[in-house]
Design a binder for this molecule. Sequence first.
Ligand SMILES: Cc1cc2nc3c(=O)[nH]c(=O)nc-3n(C[C@H](O)[C@H](O)[C@H](O)COP(=O)(O)OP(=O)(O)OC[C@H]3O[C@@H](n4cnc5c(N)ncnc54)[C@H](O)[C@@H]3O)c2cc1C
Length: 405
Amino acid sequence: MTDAAAPSSPQQRTSVVVVGAGPAGLTAANILRAASVDCVVLETESREFIEQRPRAGFLEEWAVRALERRGLAERLLANTQVHTECEFRLEGERHTFRYGEVTGQRHFVYPQPLLVTDLVRVYADERGGDIRFGVRDVELRGIDSDRPSVSYTDPETGERLRVDCSAVAGCDGARGVTRTCLPPEHTAISRYDYGIGWLALLAEAPPSSDCVVFGIHPRGFAGHMARSPQVTRYYLECPPGDDPENWPHERVWAELHERLAAAGARPLTEGQLIEKRVLDMRSYVVEPMAYGRLYLAGDAAHLLAPIGAKGMNLAIHDALLLGDALVAYCGKGDERGLSGYSAACLPRVWQYQEFSLWLSEIYHGASSGDPFLAGTTAARLRRTLASPAAAADFAELFLGKDTDY
Ligand SMILES: Cc1cc2nc3c(=O)[nH]c(=O)nc-3n(C[C@H](O)[C@H](O)[C@H](O)COP(=O)(O)OP(=O)(O)OC[C@H]3O[C@@H](n4cnc5c(N)ncnc54)[C@H](O)[C@@H]3O)c2cc1C
């Protein structure tokens, strides 16, 4: 990329510039910091903003254990809720699926803003890491050389600053700039559009079930997921690109009551809607996830529609591998981890994409308007619930059980 201001920019030097302070960037930065590898984290938003941005909430057990081994899960383990089962509601019946019994593993409910808060605190406050918030106009140069640099505008002074480094970790999410620096002739981006929207809601209301509930209904999918004792995430399938203003409070709750209705189910506790936005279900995968000395991690490299609650887990998986590979490279000049980084990440990326696609068909078959699809996907779900072999297969993918895909 060009950077007209770079020649006159005040220069600094570090080993790694991490672009983006989400779960991926902060996990990688913490690994670097713990190994005494210099790094600078650049983030466009403020600290307050990223510590409150609501998004994911479900962590797979392997991810929690990996964070624990890095000294990054103390608060998480003290404050998390643990789930071992979920419930499908189909044709007015409730079907509990006890994945904990099948896999011996659990889901940890811990809202993403809390995880981000913890990771910033450990990196910046405890380990003294360098993180710069509110930066603007981030630009990368020389990623195909051994001396790349990242420049940005300082929010306080308006000054253009440049940081030279040995490698750049592109962890700036789906709307960041690092992915756009990959040369198209060396990069393949595979995209998939589900043609479905989900109205993502956060309600100031306690959860109405002890576990996650998936409502499969001719009017559209509905989901219920605990976030905390006071806040619950709900999803409602809607047309892609729908306007959240089409969903006033009364309509939202009427649809949730109807789509999640089942014999013997606890009535939903209503509450004020504190987030209401439409997510178009789309996915992409960037291959390879690296070019030159730029390495992408998390949503920058692959977006997963939140159907399977996989994105944050995958971001952590990438960051663990990338953090270790960067430590080996910057510390000992060992390039093996970096050269194998993309190939090591992609099998899990594709496995999670495939699982999301498979699950999407179950969630949306009943509302597809196609009776054949409704019948076959209901049959698939009933087999998943009834057959031990099918249940084991589903549970392993649902938990992202740490097998070598
Ligand atoms: C409603 C919703 C529910 C979800 N539920 C789940 C779930 O239950 N489980 C799950 O695993 N996943 C879930 N996800 C997905 C999950 O939130 C993402 O996959 C995860 O945030 C990816 O982390 P990341 O670090 O790669 O990117 P991000 O979290 O997007 O972080 C990227 C950071 O980079 C910053 N940035 C952007 N551009 C620049 C730039 N140019 N320069 C510097 N910084 C920049 C951004 O401000 C941001 O802080 C959900 C997503 C949504 C939207």
